[in-house]
Design a protein around this ligand. Structure first.
Ligand SMILES: [Zn+2]
Length: 144
């Protein structure tokens, strides 16, 4: 039986549904062959699992190494999710004192914040992160 493995984005830890060429494919055909980038193997080592969002952010930009690229993407994610990240912090006690509707909204807001923070702080080593569920997705669509 084949083992099923959920691929995680190398840059942010989200489920990866695309592949990223660390050095963009276009770069290899841009006539910069004498450049040291070209000596990097144009093969498996140049590919990491990536979510659509990070792949979009990276575009065709060229970085010195994959860590610089990761840094850039995390910086861009920080800017994009600024509002969510800076949402006020509520303690369990505060939340419990709220009405049902507000409680629900605040809980989702808190989840969204940890989801964004986990992505932005996603280290090179893999670790489990808060998954983006349907409710959270709806919330983010409304907020951004
Ligand atoms: Zn990602």
């Amino acid at each position: 039986m084949e083992e099923y493995e959920i691929k995680k984005c190398f840059y942010c830890g989200e489920d990866a549904n695309t592949k990223d060429h660390i050095i963009p494919v276009s770069y290899y055909y841009s006539g910069k062959r004498q450049n040291r980038h070209f000596t990097s193997d144009y093969g498996k080592e140049n590919i990491v699992d990536c979510c659509r969002e990070c792949n979009c952010i990276a575009g065709n930009k060229v970085f010195d190494n994959v860590y610089k690229k990761k840094e850039y993407i995390q910086e861009r994610l920080t800017r994009k999710y600024k509002k969510v990240i800076n949402s006020p912090f509520w303690s369990e006690e505060d939340i419990n004192a709220m009405g049902k509707m507000l409680k629900r909204e605040i809980k989702i807001q808190q989840m969204a914040r940890s989801w964004a923070l986990n992505r932005i702080n996603y280290p090179v080593e893999m670790y489990p992160i808060v998954m983006l569920n349907y409710e959270l997705k709806k919330f983010l669509e409304k907020e951004l």
